[in-house]
Design a protein around this ligand. Structure first.
Ligand code: F6R
Length: 606
């Protein structure tokens, strides 16, 4: 939520700042703005516009201010509507200090009242503007030292923030800080970067530094100094980014989402490499997986659905009770957790606030934390005892696709690993599932090669007001995921139900012509027949049934075939047509596929 970028170096700053904003726009697209130090000592150059980055670029036109340092922001609005005035950066009353912010300042009302009393004039309705005025006073008190001022100000703030500030009297210097929101440093040659994530500067450098909680970073083109809020110097962890700029580009596809759907054979294979026979000791070194009494998976949205699938596999293979919790519910209800609980937070971004807070709660009560995450250097893995990274590569489209299938793979790998640690997975089962997992990339490839007719079929339902998804066993969370994708992308009412629950209420929703997507359990499963009966029940009430399965169902109006697999692995295959349906429906209804309305990737506020 909100993308932040800063550049200082020999190049014209506008170009890397704009480039960074383009790559971070998935984090929010309510407004965009840039501040540059064009004339040292004079008020800053600033331009900001409501709406997508394209609006700002149009305003800029051929205007290329000569500056070598600057900051840029793309916003997902929280406090104050998406207007030009509320857009970041925000300025102090002299127009010489600019600040951008991701997060929420919880005590902004009292700060604002106090600052207004001191004569500061506010222009916006944002929580952020209080911080720029506070910083302005603190900088004066610290004889023009922006980093010292930032440390003091951060100590007075409540809430979550990534902050970046520049001052016209200190050209070439950018000061940043973070608490519960992401900020990484890109280390270049004669230039340095600050950003919400590495995609912003991947075209310039692959060398990055991780920043910890409550740390302040002070950069120029040739120096990087990190301190805690007391001013003590910290040595940040360095890492190399393993993917390149092309991974964060569309590569000939009309949308990132379609590219990411088609990348799944690779992202699944990459997540599996070297792991089917057991997790690398390097991964599990920091965590004791013996003597665990229960597993709690915590996640949000699509990652939560991956956790629900994980429950079936982990309970069965590792013979241990698994609860799957929505992080936003878990964190506020004081759940029972102790040192024998294994908590598995699942997060693509590694920054989702609810997941992070739920995990911190569990940790503070002694739980062991084994994260599943796609983003190196992010907060959730940094605060976990161990982490299984999914290797999906950067996911840019707001709707999650390849990260979901990679999270499913992580669930299977953890289920098998725990089963081995607990001595309940036989060598035969291990070999059988290992083989089935290895076959998934080519099976997904097969689906993608035959998916074209599904696009025309989807368009037939363009004007439907609602679409229902049915599944049983692991098909149930798959149905939930199919419905979530359709809601996000098509802005259409969609719900997922467990087939066995239909008669307990939801069947009343079925009317003449209601499209129902049935995820058929694999033909090897005893549940196949049960689900076939559910299909008959909805068909008898007028539903048009589209069945997804490994065998044609005579009672369905349309059949979408997927290869046969082990029953627990089927969601990896069945979700692919569901992703394509949501994608195609968004296009058919004229919606923005990669940046659906009201959403942002990486939900770093509550
Ligand atoms: C849906 C989607 C969201 C995320 C959720 C968790 O397509 O992308 O539901 O899955 O916000 O995000 P992460 O995995 O980054 O914690």
């Amino acid at each position: 939520m909100c993308g932040i970028v800063g550049y200082t170096g020999k190049a014209q700053a506008l170009s890397p700042v704009l480039e960074g904003l383009r790559r971070l726009e998935y984090r929010g697209y309510d407004s965009a703005g840039i501040a540059l130090v064009v004339t040292p000592g004079a008020p800053l150059w600033i331009e900001k516009r409501a709406g997508k980055l394209a609006n700002l670029e149009e305003t800029l036109g051929a205007n290329k201010p000569d500056a070598h340092s600057g900051i840029g922001h793309t916003r997902w609005a929280t406090h104050g509507g998406p207007t030009d005035t509320n857009a970041h950066p925000h300025l102090d009353n002299e127009g010489k200090l600019a600040l951008i912010h991701n997060g929420i300042i919880e005590n902004y009302v009292e700060l604002r009242a106090e600052l207004e009393k001191r004569g500061h004039v506010f222009k916006s309705e944002t929580d952020t503007e209080s911080v720029v005025h506070l910083l302005s006073d603190a900088r004066k008190a610290h004889n023009g030292d922006l980093a010292a001022a930032m440390r003091e100000v951060c100590s007075q703030l409540r809430g979550s923030f990534t902050l970046l500030a520049i001052h016209a009297d200190e050209p070439g210097r950018i000061v940043g800080a973070r608490r519960n929101s992401p900020l990484v440093v890109g280390v270049g040659q004669g230039e340095n970067f600050l950003a919400s994530d590495v995609s912003a500067f991947i075209a310039y450098t692959k060398h990055a530094l991780e920043l910890g909680q409550d740390e302040v970073v002070d950069i120029t083109s040739s120096s990087i100094v990190v301190t805690d809020l007391a001013g003590t110097i910290i040595t940040p962890r360095e890492y190399e980014i393993s993917w390149d700029a092309s991974a964060a580009e569309r590569g000939g596809f009309p949308h990132f989402m379609l590219k990411e759907i088609y990348e799944q054979p690779k992202s699944i294979a990459d997540t599996l490499i070297g792991r089917t026979a057991g997790l690398d000791p390097e991964i599990t070194a920091g965590i004791n997986l013996e003597g665990i009494s229960k597993v709690v998976i915590i996640a949000c949205g699509t990652a939560y659905h991956a956790g629900l699938v994980g429950k079936y596999a982990i309970e069965k293979w590792a013979n241990i009770a698994v609860d799957v919790e929505l992080a936003s519910e878990y964190r506020y209800r004081e759940p029972a957790v102790d040192g024998t609980t294994l908590v598995i937070p699942i997060s693509q971004s590694g920054e989702t606030m609810d997941t992070l807070m739920a995990m911190r709660y569990a940790r503070s009560h002694g739980a062991r934390v084994f994260a599943v995450c796609n983003t190196n250097g992010s907060t959730i893995p940094r605060e976990s005892d161990a982490v299984l990274y999914t290797h999906a590569g950067p996911e840019i489209a707001v709707a999650s696709t390849k990260a979901f299938t990679a999270q499913l793979i992580a669930m299977y790998l953890i289920g098998l690993h725990l089963g081995r640690v607990r001595g309940v997975v036989s060598a035969e089962l291990s070999a059988e599932i290992g083989q089935e997992l290895a076959e998934l990339p080519s099976k997904v490839e097969q689906i993608l090669e035959t998916v074209e007719p599904l696009r025309a079929l989807t368009r037939q339902f363009r004007d439907s007001t609602s679409m229902l998804f049915l599944g049983r066993n692991v098909g149930y969370p798959t149905a939930l995921e199919g419905a979530l994708k359709l809601k996000e992308l098509a802005y259409m009412h969609a719900e997922g139900f467990a087939g066995g629950e239909l008669k307990h209420g939801p069947i009343a929703l079925i009317d003449q012509g209601t499209p129902v997507i049935a995820i058929m359990p694999t033909s090897r499963s005893p549940l196949h027949e049960k689900m076939a009966s559910n299909v008959m029940e909805v068909k008898a009430r007028g539903a048009v049934v589209i069945a997804i399965g490994d065998a044609d169902l005579d009672s369905a109006a349309h059949n979408i075939r997927i290869p046969t697999s082990h029953e627990f692995l089927q969601p990896v295959l069945a979700v692919v047509p569901l992703q394509v349906i949501a994608y195609e429906m968004a296009i058919a209804r004229g919606n923005d596929v990669d940046q659906p309305r009201n959403l942002a990737k990486s939900v770093t506020v509550e």
